[in-house]
Design a protein around this ligand. Sequence first.
Ligand code: UDP
Ligand code: MG
Length: 324
Amino acid sequence: MEKKTPILYIVVPCYNEQEVLPITANLFKEEMNRMIKENLIDKCSKMLFINDGSKDATWDIIRKLAKEDDLFTGISQSRNRGHQNALFAGLMEAKEKCDITISIDCDGQDDIHAMEDMVKAYYDGCDVVYGVRSDRKSDTFLKKTTAQGFYRFLHLMGAEVVYNHADYRLLSAKVLQALSEFEEVNLYLRGLIPLVGFKSTAVYYSRTKRLAGESHYSFGKMLSLAFDGITSLSIRPLRLIMSLGVFFACISFLGVIWAVAAKIMDQTVAGWASMVSIICFMGSVQLICVGIMGEYIGKIYMEVKHRPRYIISERTEKHENKDK
Ligand code: UDP
Ligand code: MG
């Protein structure tokens, strides 16, 4: 069935991006105008910037862009909440206003020409189109190995993620509606979208270096995202504790037989050192296990609180329902 020309919202989280935003905003504008001209997307399509509590002139730039051109619009979070939250805020903001969204970073690393292929895949009936990196040439050795190792580890831990896909993707309004019903606070969108389902496909592109400015993902932040990804998507670590418990119970059983045998043969003093090592080892394993459980209990705690995932403090556009 032929679909009507869809309204596209490009959703772009921005945190301290004053150097790169003026450059990429223009590139995005050109690409959108081209797609509008080719009748691929509706002329009401927009670029939605989410200012994630930036401390520099990012929000001023967004406001200026929105004032000069109707194509641009923006919202500002009341404080920095991180990439995933900012992106979620943008998607939920766009949900009622468009037919499709494409989320993309504002630093020009992702090839904007892949958007056309994404929209075409939507015409072919896909509700989710993943932007997948065809190579990792632009990454440092450290980023490349940690990222690839992480995808494998996530898979091993039972979480379903698309290999080499970050947050460059097309989502239809239907998917956004379904996504809004996930009420979790610890957001890891890459893992959540496959859970939402719907017909999906991938579009391949090559990722380049940032056009300007610096990455906001330090090694520490990447590790924390990875840890969030695993603990919010999978309960396999909890099951591993059980397996570990059974494994060490077997070993302890053998240890007891050995200790009893040693006692019968009057060799108890010689076994002292090894017993102490076993006690220490068990102690450390228990500590690790309790740590992992603590992580999950922390997550339950956060979910139970039902805190708002984002709070919008300002808008460039008047709120439709209120200000009529
Ligand atoms: N970002 C954000 N909030 C943050 C950190 C990053 O909204 O706390 C945005 C940032 O402006 C960019 C995107 O998330 O558009 C990806 O960040 P970055 O390019 O620094 O990450 P990298 O590409 O190096 O992984
Ligand atoms: Mg980047």
